[in-house]
Design a protein. Structure first.
Length: 203
């Protein structure tokens, strides 16, 4: 299993972008929230059967990452600066895609950045109605190679099934992400600084 930092400094190389991290407790969410703001870079696109060619990062976009207290998952909402009305409320941004990692544990490095253990399985969805499971083969191989126990394997499958059930209402997921992003922007306005300004301070 791979250990991944939420500032995405390894595979993605996003460590040079402003990264915010805080804890949020509100009506519909309790847990860790982080935000990567893309101040530069050309768009990267993924192809989906229903949504088509979809930007997932690039200048002007943000990644909102949620690690809820009551689940073993990291939810990454890839958000573009395009106005959209969701369930009667208009936001100055919109969700392009949502990528959910089945995860295990949450810990903090010496610089305060949160990290999680990726348990291979992922669920990817779009507001247009795309939904798919990725990397089931990697999960099966990890069990065969004894990189994880049978208990961890079964827990990953159970969490994946729960994600599919919880995210059936894609519009509700989109609204929740937009509401949380609005709260994050309010915290930034009120003084929340990017992590590089307060290294070593854990939430």
């Amino acid at each position: 299993m791979k250990r991944k930092r939420l500032d995405r400094d390894l595979k993605w190389g996003f460590q040079y972008f402003p990264y915010y991290q805080t804890r949020l407790e509100c009506e519909n969410y309790r847990g860790l929230v982080s935000l990567i703001t893309f101040t530069d870079g050309e768009n990267v696109y993924w192809e989906f059967p229903k949504a088509g060619r979809t930007a997932v990062c690039g200048k002007g976009m943000v990644w909102l990452q949620l690690y809820p207290d009551d689940h073993s998952r990291l939810i990454t909402a890839m958000i573009s600066p395009k106005e959209k009305t969701v369930k009667g409320k208009t936001y100055p941004f919109s969700v392009s895609a949502v990528y959910v990692d089945v995860a295990e544990g949450l810990e903090y490095d010496e610089d305060g950045v949160a990290a999680y253990i990726d348990k291979y399985l992922d669920v990817i969805l779009t507001p247009a109605g795309d939904m798919r499971i990725d990397d089931r083969d990697e999960l099966d191989d990890a069990l065969k190679n004894k990189e994880l126990t049978e208990e961890q394997y079964n827990a990953a499958l159970a969490e994946c099934d729960l994600i599919l059930s919880d995210m059936r209402d894609v519009e509700e997921i989109e609204k929740k992400c937009c509401d949380i992003l609005s709260l994050m922007y309010s915290r930034i306005t009120d003084g929340l600084k990017p992590m590089e300004k307060w290294l070593g301070q854990k939430i």
